[in-house]
Write a protein that binds this ligand. Structure first.
Ligand SMILES: Cc1cc2nc3c(=O)[nH]c(=O)nc-3n(C[C@H](O)[C@H](O)[C@H](O)COP(=O)(O)OP(=O)(O)OC[C@H]3O[C@@H](n4cnc5c(N)ncnc54)[C@H](O)[C@@H]3O)c2cc1C
Length: 420
């Protein structure tokens, strides 16, 4: 079966590995418009640590040797069972795994060269999708080519090209909706090690003219830290940088102001600060679709392409990997039968995707000037007086579904949805 996966992000690579270990009958081609992720720890103005909770670790740990590699390359926190790893390093790790995947049931006639079942091509954009012909067009520098497929997987993130093609073909079934988070973000790489034991340093300040600027300083391996900084632009002066800062000195001052009193001095490197000031801010999107597949076009959406969410609860990767687990399990039960697998996949995962993205709307309340205090007081009563788990603890329970967690927090999510 000819599988084309668009997007070599965490979910595209994880799915490639799952399918390759399932059966040697899958011939998988993965395309990504970005360069190959490497193990290099060079500065990356978009690179931040992805927090992987116990739920996603539960699936990743099912792959032999991956737990050790994750903890070697990421930063592990025993309290809360969190592993922090930059997205690029996670992708590099999953790419190595996919390239060395061995089918559980090798074909008798197979030569033993499993790597021929997988081709991952970087710096290659998918620029057109023809669902009726089951073909995509790829573009590499000045060359373009048509590639046919038996199964097309859209793992191409929040601005998915595959989803766009499916929405044009079936607007009512897909019913795509999107919202943008009012806050934008940037990452400042800190090369100076502030202290030996890794910990997350919360950052926050409020300036009367600009409002709240907040985030966290996340430890990485080898003494690096990345400061993920959010703010809500109010006018043209702070569209590009928080509080309208334009110089390295002002950035150092802002970082100092945001750091808690007991935190070590956070020294910034001039080149990294210049890269921060020059970069464009990132945006976060909530998005939902009512179906994740196009039956006749043999196309399916997974990960951020299917459901976008704000980062506050740190569930993007978990919900994405859950899709890959569900899709590959269905193909295990019904090998190569897209007609059975794709509708079942949508039936199973759409409600989970909706619940996960809806839960992330809690960010709108938590960072609202008026309602955040009410939510924080209610949470303190809930956690310390009633001894109930917080939304962060609920969502990281290994076997709890997002639908279940949404049910437990339905009042707040209803409130967030109606408030904005
Ligand atoms: C600020 C921030 C903080 C976050 N923190 C966390 C966290 O702590 N924990 C967590 O779990 N999640 C977090 N997330 C979310 C997480 O990054 C995503 O949910 C996750 O990366 C989704 O994986 P994906 O593989 O579906 O998509 P992506 O990671 O977006 O990968 C999609 C890939 O598709 C490629 N692509 C796109 N279009 C094309 C095309 N036309 N042709 C070829 N290739 C294409 C892209 O180059 C990319 O490599 C955070 C997100 C943000 C923005």
């Amino acid at each position: 079966m000819n599988v084309v996966i668009v997007g070599a992000g965490p979910v595209g690579l994880f799915l490639a590995h799952r399918l390759l270990t399932l059966s040697p009958s899958y011939k998988i081609r993965v395309y990504d418009c970005n360069p190959e992720p490497t193990d290099s720890e060079a500065a990356d103005s978009r690179g931040f640590g992805l927090g992987l909770g116990e739920r996603v670790q539960h699936w990743l740990n099912g792959i032999e040797g991956l737990k050790e590699q994750l903890t070697n390359e990421g930063t592990e926190f025993t309290a809360g069972g969190l592993v922090l790893i930059p997205r690029r390093q996670l992708c590099a790790l999953l790419l190595r795994l996919a390239r060395s995947a061995t089918p559980k049931e090798p074909l008798l006639a197979q030569s033993g060269n499993h790597t021929s079942q997988l081709a991952v091509t970087f710096n290659t954009s998918v620029v057109a999708v023809d669902l009726a012909r089951r073909e995509i067009t790829i573009e590499q520098e000045t060359r373009s080519e048509t590639v046919s497929y038996d199964l097309l997987v859209g793992a191409d993130g929040i601005h998915s090209m595959i989803r766009r093609a499916m929405s044009i073909a079936q607007p009512d079934e897909i019913n795509f909706q999107q919202r943008q988070r009012p806050q934008v973000w940037k990452v400042l790489q800190l090369s100076v090690k502030p202290e030996s034991s890794p910990r997350i340093i919360r950052l926050q300040t409020r300036r009367s003219q600009f409002g709240l600027v907040f985030g966290a300083c996340l430890p990485q391996k080898n003494g690096r830290f990345s400061a993920l900084i959010f703010w809500q632009p109010i006018d043209s002066s702070d569209q590009k940088n928080p509080c309208g800062i334009t110089t390295v000195e002002k950035l150092q001052q802002l970082l100092q102001e945001m750091s808690p009193k007991n935190s070590p001095a956070l020294e910034i490197d001039r080149d990294q600060a210049m890269a921060f000031l020059a970069a464009s801010p990132g945006r976060e999107y909530w998005s939902q679709c009512d179906s994740y597949h196009h039956l006749e076009g043999h196309a399916v959406l997974i990960g951020d392409a299917a459901h976008g969410m704000f980062s506050l609860l740190g569930q993007g990767c978990t919900a994405a990997i859950a899709d890959a687990v569900a899709l590959s399990s269905l193909f295990q039960q019904h090998p190569e039968q897209c007609e059975i697998v794709l509708p079942q996949f949508s039936a199973q995962q759409v409600k989970e995707g909706h619940a996960a993205s809806d839960l992330s709307l809690i960010a709108l309340i938590l960072y609202d000037r008026g309602f955040s205090l009410i939510y924080k007081i209610a949470t303190v009563l809930w956690v310390f007086i009633l001894r109930q788990p917080s939304i962060f603890a609920q969502i990281n329970r290994v076997h709890a579904s997002y639908v279940q967690v949404l049910q437990e927090n339905r009042f707040w999510i209803w409130f967030a949805k109606n408030l904005y």
